[in-house]
Design a protein around this ligand. Sequence first.
Ligand code: SF4
Length: 257
Amino acid sequence: MSTKIEWATDSWNPITGCTKISPGCKNCYAERMAKRLAGRYGYPKDEPFRPTFHADKLDQPSKWRKPRMVFVCSMGDLFHHDVKSQWRNLVFGEMTTNRQHTFLLLTKRPEKAAEFWHINMPDIYDLNIWLGVTAENQEQADNRIPVLLQIPAAKRFVSIEPMLGPVDLGWYLARYQSNISGLRYMVKGAAGDYTELSLLDWVILGGETGPGHRPMEPQWARDVRDQCVRAGVPFFMKKMAGGGQPPDDLMIREYPA
Ligand code: SF4
């Protein structure tokens, strides 16, 4: 995951740790931090990046009275296969009892998220939980977004960070749908006409920052911005590769309604 969380007000890490799964993980900030904190703050000394439950952090959101936008597990992946179901259930329990907050989950393992959602929350659409996938390149966008779009989270978003190549989100932002039932975004009009609906609710984009960062062409970001504008989907621009501020025309920071 990334260094600065510009799109949330807080991060909450009742579970930390992960393993690398795709090119976006190469310079993982969470792993660097875990190694730095080995043996302290609940990080295992021998294997600091191993998925670990931090019981002392579990009730943190209950202590926050005012509504917050909370990035959950910024130092790992809640849907990693070594995260025990019991830990995940406790985290979801805390989220669903603290409806004053909005919780944002970001994963590179949407298959596990889909499995969890369908077993535990098959009919719930209005929770205060937003779910996103990372899509650092087109391949990962095409692998992960279709799975995300089958999960009935309150909002579904994609984080193109670190952006490692051009990404075309066209299909996932809007299309004419019909004849497929069971997915909430598929609507067929009474007259049998097709209704155009937005599929993704939000797009976040940023270049890689920190040691060994890889380049990002500004035009790649502009193309995604233009796709979002055309589809009416909110776009949130983070830093350019290397940590620089985006040029003015890219400096858009919108949130879903
Ligand atoms: S999925 Fe995220 S936390 Fe896990 S290794 Fe990759 S970048 Fe790091």
